[in-house]
Design a protein around this ligand. Structure first.
Ligand code: RUQ
Ligand code: CUA
Ligand code: CA
Length: 610
């Protein structure tokens, strides 16, 4: 019986596959022998192509936040291969992030971070391939990564906040604003003066950042906390879930109320308040008051301790879910203006509340009218139909359910994200379930196991689990972007003169006890063979890689000086240190660049003080 069905299964698979491949070849022939790069090939059995064979490229870029590793990871999907780790708020020995002068200037002495939400820049509701932004919940910063090099190019600190969490760029007409929420309520001026133990005086802050200059435009203060963030598809509103409407400082206080809020921020009115001077200035920052009663904000009551808020790709609905309510709430975005104008109560903008399961956190979309919500407690992703949920809500007698399918995931899912789902071009091909606990799914590696990011095919009616992928601590969220948007943007090298100190000739300059060495690196030699300095000199090395061959990187490690970084083609990086260890110190290339890579080294001679 078992054997029979196995053989039947195999047979039908192989036959179908064979017929399918003939069909694909034929179709390719029909359209001129070329498949568009963004086309995700369907397999004959209806599932998507998921194998990426050696030599083949993935269809999507995945940008995953790295949690408390402080980085962003770049994956290829559907293979789920990690292609690059972009250091952001951390120290990275591989690239020298946190070691070079350039990266230290951005990091400002802070070497840990907690990245939760990486989102891309938009034009007209879809990604334009220019930037990514990511939050640092631990040290309250926001970083920008330029996609052409996939390197961090700006980091700013957000004042007056703690728990910098939800982050979202403007989606329409393009990303000019970037908004960030503070999850923890704090005293506005948190300088240890006054009664800072009195939590009734704390508040949350919705920060508006100029996405191009990375300067803070203003902050909108509210009495409640602000957790996850979203923006609409019309450039009119931003959203924040708030689970501490109680204004509590303990977990039981934060769980007292049955409903908390989805807070909506009205952008035209924020702009008007800025233009009218309707703000106070605190530490040089324009602070607007968004307390209940202000015309800048709307407080939509939703069930209990909400977490995620996501906007459907058609721009019509905001979907939020309460961690301790088995429901999701559907908010009609086209009803918000009436509510802001007082013609409708905020509660009446809620047009659906489907019951979906326990511990709902985040929702993503397939662009075909379905939502997929992660259920932390049930360890499931639940697929439900948005229109059905709205119809059921209208009809109190309805007994059917909006739920279409459930998929067990392994285990304790946080975020879930579908391909292109945060754009109007959501394509409903793949979904990633970012599970916090892998339990027994991988070989045991000690007290802390990998997480499990699972790839799911959502192209059919039923979800199909395709792949388990162990992940190092601790990706929270991701976006999945079509390859044709990113691939043409990413460059092999910068222009050499992009770094003001780039050099094509090596030199040594001395100014008192300051020594500046400009150094070229061409495989397999540095431009100098020996440098002599005196003990306690302040030594700066400016290293330019003059090789233009793609991926020919040179390392620069100074033995026993805690200096190591890598310089890509035409890149320049610098480092400054005090030569406090007399003796011979070999400087060598750490990046295998040439048959004579091991010989690519030079001497640093530090002469002892008499
Ligand atoms: S959060 S697991 Cu930091 Cu995005 Cu919800
Ligand atoms: Cu240069 Cu190895
Ligand atoms: Ca609450």
């Amino acid at each position: 019986m078992y054997k029979y069905s196995l053989i039947k299964n195999l047979l039908s698979r192989w036959t179908l596959l064979a017929i399918g491949s003939i069909a694909v070849v034929f179709a390719a022939f029909l359209i001129g022998g070329e498949m568009a790069p963004q086309t995700v090939e369907a397999r004959s059995d209806g599932a998507l192509r998921t194998k990426v064979h050696p030599g083949e490229l993935d269809d999507y870029y995945g940008f995953f936040s790295g949690g408390h590793s402080g980085e962003i990871r770049v994956l290829g999907l559907p293979s789920m291969r990690v292609l690059k780790r972009v250091p952001v708020f951390n120290i990275d020995s591989g690239s020298g992030w946190g070691i070079t002068n350039e990266s230290k200037a951005l990091l400002g002495g802070l070497y840990v971070g907690d990245t939760h939400h990486a989102h891309g820049s938009y034009k007209d509701g879809t990604y334009d391939g220019k930037y990514l932004w990511v939050n640092d919940k631990a040290n309250n910063r926001v970083a920008r990564v330029r996609i052409d090099y996939l390197e961090t190019d700006a980091i700013i600190s957000i004042p007056h906040v703690q728990g910098t969490h939800g982050l979202f760029p403007q989606r329409y007409p393009q990303t000019d604003w970037l908004i960030v929420n503070s999850e923890f309520r704090t005293p506005l001026v948190n300088d240890g003066r006054g009664d800072i133990a009195d939590e009734s005086k704390y508040g949350g802050v919705h920060t508006v950042i100029d996405a191009n200059t990375m300067e803070i435009i203003c902050q909108v203060m509210v009495p409640t906390n602000l957790d996850l963030a979203a923006t609409d598809y019309q450039g009119r509103y931003s959203f924040a879930t708030s689970y501490n409407s109680e204004g509590g400082a303990t977990i039981s206080e934060m769980l007292a109320a049955d409903r908390d809020y989805l807070v909506v921020f009205h952008w035209a009115r924020i702009k008007k308040a800025l233009a009218d001077g309707d703000f106070k200035v605190v530490d040089g920052i324009k602070m607007l008051d968004g307390s209940p009663g202000s015309d800048l904000t709307l407080y939509v009551p939703i069930p209990k301790n909400p977490h995620g808020v996501n906007i459907s790709p058609d721009g019509k609905y905001a979907v939020a879910s309460g961690k301790v309510s088995p429901t999701a709430s559907i908010i009609a975005i086209d009803k918000l203006e009436a509510a802001f104008n007082g013609e409708l109560s905020p509660a009446d903008t809620v047009i659906g509340e489907p019951e979906i399961g326990l511990g709902p956190l985040h929702t993503t979309f397939d662009g075909r009218g379905n939502a997929y919500t992660s259920l932390f407690i049930d360890s499931q992703v639940v697929k439900w139909n948005i229109q059905k949920a709205i119809d059921i809500y209208k009809n109190p007698q309805a007994t059917d359910t909006a739920v279409v399918d459930r998929l067990d995931v392994h285990y304790q899912v946080g975020h879930t994200m579908a391909s292109m789902a945060e754009t109007k071009e959501a394509d409903g091909n793949f979904l990633v379930s970012l599970n916090k606990i892998s339990k027994d799914r991988f070989l045991n590696v000690g007290p802390l196991k990998p997480e499990n990011d699972q790839l799911v095919d959502i192209s059919g009616k039923k979800m199909v689990l395709l792949k388990d992928e162990p992940a190092y601590i601790e990706p929270h969220d991701c976006i999945i972007v079509r390859r044709d948007i990113i691939e043409p943007v990413v460059k092999h090298r910068p222009r050499m003169d992009e770094h003001p100190l780039a050099t094509t000739e090596s030199s040594i300059e001395r100014d008192g006890n300051k020594v500046t060495v400009r150094l070229t690196a061409n495989a397999p030699v540095y431009g100098l063979q020996k440098i002599e300095v005196n003990e306690k000199d302040e030594v700066t090395f400016i290293v330019t890689n003059n090789d233009e061959i793609p991926d020919l990187g040179h390392g620069f490690a100074v033995s026993d000086y805690n200096v190591n970084f890598v310089v890509g083609p035409f890149q320049t990086k610098s480092v400054t240190f005090i030569a406090d260890k007399p003796g011979l110190h070999w400087i060598y290339c750490t990046n295998f660049c040439h048959a004579l890579h091991l010989e690519m080294r030079m001497r640093l001679i530090v002469k002892a003080k008499a």
